[in-house]
Design a protein around this ligand. Sequence first.
Ligand code: ADP
Length: 190
Amino acid sequence: MLPRSAREQLLGQRGLMVWFTGLSGSGKSTIALGVERELHSRGILCRILDGDNIRAGINAGLGFSAEDRRENIRRIAEVGKLFVDTGVVTLAAFVSPTNEYRQMARDIIGADDFFEIFVSTPLEECERRDVKGLYARARRGEVKDFTGISAPFEVPEHPALTIDTSRQPLEVSVRQVVELIEAAMPHVKT
Ligand code: ADP
């Protein structure tokens, strides 16, 4: 099999994982979409992994118990590792609520390729947005083990970047993440 470096050379870019962590509705997917669009327009191949393409597919059948959440993250990290090894800038947008899960993802992917971004938007703001109506349902007790309401979220210890979307516009967040990726990939075209 060809080495990773051959694929990266072919693409003219480096594979890496940008791992967004934060509460539901904090803005992970929205920022990832903006970053994807920006990098794509600069000729960088990206791939977003999020609930829509992972929980609905490869992880259909996994729930939100501690055990299933762990397995969810493990599979995402293994799939992500394949993308990174293909030379793709991979953007994962999952709540990933504990240090243990995030450390597992970092270990699977490799620390050198793993950039953790904490989307730190406060619970009150996420709940006010209530994009999917899940907070209201969780408050009514209709959704079990909902992160921030009835399941814990551990603040990351050493994120590469912390973004509070209640305090800055989307464009600023996108720019900050793109700059982080640029710094890790000096030959990104600007
Ligand atoms: P998550 O992926 O973390 O669950 P989403 O990105 O799906 O969160 O939802 C975040 C919501 O917050 C979206 O509806 C988005 O339009 C809204 N929003 C409001 N202000 C911002 C901002 N400054 N940055 C990102 N998202 C924002």
